[in-house]
Design a protein around this ligand. Structure first.
Ligand SMILES: [Fe+2]
Ligand SMILES: [Fe+2]
Length: 190
């Protein structure tokens, strides 16, 4: 179902779970960025109230995920750390086309890829997390992020020729796989 061009290295989950507090804090920051990114995308669809409404609903879900991450942090006596650089997202955004029309398509497809990689890794975490409640939380998040992945792919196919969007998704997925393969394994989702 997912468009990813690679599967996650099995060594990643071991490193990610070495520091569950850092992992959860980093994931909270990712959820916050996803909410802000969805809201910022509404600017590109200012004349399309249907799409703006769908993006607003998606932003609300990401904000709920952010809040839930914060609640899980608090419950365990952990804290939210200031979000640092996100080399994964930054490198992916650099891969976006610079001309206006293709830039929007690429932005949507990059959002889809980030959702797809999150879904893949949340599934792994849901199977391996030693904290049963956080394992279930990852499972719940995974289901919503998979829906977001499909939403962004569909939206990209609405702003351009669907065949072009599909071909571009395949190209960007290859770049995403290279970026993921080159990143160190840390207690973070990407
Ligand atoms: Fe989310
Ligand atoms: Fe999402």
């Amino acid at each position: 179902m997912l468009c990813l061009a690679s599967t996650t290295d099995p060594a990643w989950v071991h490193e990610a779970l070495k520091d569950p507090a850092a992992l959860l804090s980093d994931h909270a920051q990712c959820e916050k960025k996803a909410a802000l990114s969805a809201l910022s995308l509404t600017q590109a669809f200012a004349d399309d109230t249907d799409v703006v409404t769908e993006l607003a609903a998606l932003a609300r879900e990401e904000l709920e995920h952010f809040e839930a991450c914060c609640q899980h942090l608090l419950k365990r006596g952990w804290s939210l750390k200031r979000g640092g650089k996100d080399p994964y997202a930054a490198q992916l955004i650099n891969a976006a086309a610079s001309d206006v029309t293709h830039h929007l398509v690429d932005r949507l497809l990059i959002a889809a890829l980030i959702e797809a990689r999150s879904t893949e890794r949340l599934k792994i975490l849901s199977e391996r997390h030693p904290d049963a409640e956080l394992a279930q939380f990852c499972r719940d998040l995974m289901e919503t992020e998979a829906g977001h992945y499909m939403f962004f792919v569909r939206l990209a196919g609405r702003v351009t020729d669907p065949a072009f969007a599909k071909a571009r998704l395949t190209e960007l997925a290859k770049r995403e796989a290279q970026i993921v393969a080159a990143l160190p394994h840390l207690p973070r989702v990407h």
